[in-house]
Write a protein that binds this ligand. Sequence first.
Ligand code: 5AD
Length: 345
Amino acid sequence: MCNLVNKLIQNGRLSAQEYGELLANNSEELRREMAQAARAVAEEHFGNKIYTRGLIEVTNVCRNNCYYCGIRAGNSKVERFRLTKDQILACCRRGYDLDFRTFVLQGGEDPSYSADFIVDVVQDIRREFPDCAITLSMGEWGREDYERFYNAGANRYLLRHETHNAAHYGVLHPKKMTIENRLRCLNDLKEIGFQTGTGIMVGSPGQTIDHLVEDILYIEQFEPEMIGIGPFLPHHDTPFANEAKGSLEMTLLLISLFRLMFPKANIPSTTSMATIEPTGREQGILAGANVVMPNLSPKDLRAHYALYDNKVATNEEAAESRAKLQARMEQIGYELSAERGDAKR
Ligand code: 5AD
């Protein structure tokens, strides 16, 4: 077995140079060794269980203009929507009946979604579903706002840092967005007590192996409870329309790497994995992921939450198709869990 893989299994850490070497030598054989080791580690903590999260896309209005994202403010072709509190609660009820015990509220940074509104929604979900985890994925806020969300009953927060390198962050985002503020948010979330998730897009325009090493080192010291990664996929109405998509293989290697670094972390096999390749979701799980996040949004609105082209939201990606997803998991030796699945540290 490759020395670096051995070292990673033993220590859960490599040096910066070694992370770089590993990524630069991303062969099929390396991926196989890494995936095998990562799966064994995941199995120790989760058995053959895959946690499920119901993803509710609450608003596609966004004040930001990230160059990669289909719902960026500058995309005038998007039909914008925002769910009311009643619509969000209806999604949760549907999700609860479908055995989901985590609701993930994800949205753009919608100026009409005030902190007061989010607090109100979270409080009502908390009251009606005391046994469920509430995850927010609603972008950058001030510390006091995050504190209010937490006190209202939210447990987890997802905020990918996207890339740790400031110059590369500037390639992906307009000037008024900074990696400093993103990291400030992540630190606040963690200090407040959220189970905190971060992560990156793999193969975003301009990304190098050195950038990825920087991301790994950042994640290593931040110690997130959740790590979300998926390949970059272009959206036709963005400045990155003609950029190449990210690599499924590099994403798989990174999933295995993060599993070996963080045995107990919740690592999803993301929608972008299922989009880039029909068996991508399964490949992510076989590389060490332990979470899936089927879409629980109102069906008629799903198409409007297109972060990238061809995003899947039907069949196994749809919350209402839980049985189909279960069948797909069984085919690779796993099963869906109805547990809440909090990350242990
Ligand atoms: N391709 C892949 N992932 C994307 N995201 C946004 N746009 C794209 C894209 N074009 C990811 C970002 C964000 C998450 C919600 O979706 O990483 O954090």
